[in-house]
Design a protein around this ligand. Sequence first.
Ligand SMILES: CC(C)(COP(=O)(O)OP(=O)(O)OC[C@H]1O[C@@H](n2cnc3c(N)ncnc32)[C@H](O)[C@@H]1OP(=O)(O)O)[C@@H](O)C(=O)NCCC(=O)NCCS
Length: 181
Amino acid sequence: MLANTQEFYINGLNYTIRSAMEKDAKQLSEVRVQIDGETENMDRERGEAFIDPAGFEQIIKTDTEKPRNLFLVAAVQDRIVGFSRCEGVYLKRFSHKVEFGVCVVQEFWGYGIGKNLLNASIAWADANGIKKMTLNVLETNDKAVELYKKLGFEIEGLLKNDKMLSDGNYYNTIVMGRFNE
Ligand SMILES: CC(C)(COP(=O)(O)OP(=O)(O)OC[C@H]1O[C@@H](n2cnc3c(N)ncnc32)[C@H](O)[C@@H]1OP(=O)(O)O)[C@@H](O)C(=O)NCCC(=O)NCCS
């Protein structure tokens, strides 16, 4: 689906949050690789599971058409600096819920971009009868966990030793959900 465009001015930065469009595919392909390389809080190492521009074009098309998908980007002028997706599961027994994911380029952390991407996604989900938003987050990703709690997500469970990071240690993943009852 498509969401309305919103403008923000926070900590001296102007940015827009809007639905992803076909023309964003190339930048999204690049920025995803960049963000994967900037943090260990994502699932992939830099360059793993690469999605090329054509792949993003397809994802954008699908997310635009499907009623329980939403693909948002945060743009500073014409530069994409973050994005989020809600992805529905198209089986009847899961038709009340969507999975949420978000990431922001490190240089743009702390401008409310993550929070506003999530806020816009929640507003869309609530307005479209989605009863549950779900996400997975690394237990050590305090900032993201705080953000999710602040916007109404609760901890549902813990996946033990779910990931091994570059220090060779195993880390737990927290499963969180937000319920629209
Ligand atoms: C997690 C992430 C999406 C947050 O986005 P952001 O734009 O940097 O965060 P925001 O500026 O919107 O801040 C949102 C909230 O995070 C929390 N937060 C921000 N900085 C924080 C810090 N240093 N310590 C603890 N909490 C912090 C606050 O709750 C803040 O809300 P507030 O502004 O009302 O105080 C972003 O840092 C990111 O992409 N990180 C790497 C990828 C990632 O971790 N993705 C999530 C995977 S589940």
